[in-house]
Design a binder for this molecule. Structure first.
Ligand SMILES: [Zn+2]
Length: 157
């Protein structure tokens, strides 16, 4: 499966990570099918955010409820690695909790050139997953007023 990520969300995700480049950031991607349509920043409440992330459970719940209200499902979970590569760590694997949801990591090991990678999680293992950046025309939350999208912006399910 290929995760479709609108270019604007990709930019938001990188910007989020770069706001606090020495601390891990995290968040969720809501969407339809395999297409992400909205990014939800979640506060990282880990005791050592330099090397770990723990999503604020209340913010996570609020995001999930908002997704439901918008007709989205959870399609991705992202976090940043300030100094290491865009590969899941042993802790990432141990704490992964959402089989079937894409696991995204942005690496700032080379701050001038952040690397975003996606992985599929089957409940036990991560496997690399294709990530396709798309135009942002389908984004429902921004920049759509001047575009004529017809039915493309309406979720079909
Ligand atoms: Zn990690």
């Amino acid at each position: 499966m290929t995760l479709q990520l609108p270019a604007a969300l990709h930019q938001h995700l990188l910007a989020h990570a770069l706001e606090t480049p020495t601390l891990e950031v995290c968040g969720l991607l809501g969407g339809v099918g395999a297409t992400a349509t909205r990014l939800y920043r979640i506060a990282n409440i880990a005791a050592t955010p330099q090397v770990a992330f723990t999503m604020d459970p209340q913010a996570q719940l609020a995001a999930m409820l908002e997704m439901r209200g918008r007709g989205e499902t959870l399609v991705g979970i992202y976090h940043s690695h300030p100094t290491t590569t865009a590969q899941p760590s042993a802790t990432d694997l141990k704490e992964a909790a959402y089989p079937g949801v894409a696991f995204l990591i942005v690496s700032l090991a080379a701050p001038a050139a952040p690397v975003l990678a996606a992985f599929a999680f089957d409940g036990q293992h991560f496997t690399p997953m294709a990530l396709r950046l798309t135009e942002s025309a389908r984004l429902q939350s921004e920049g759509c007023a001047s575009l004529s999208l017809g039915s493309a912006s309406t979720p079909t399910q």
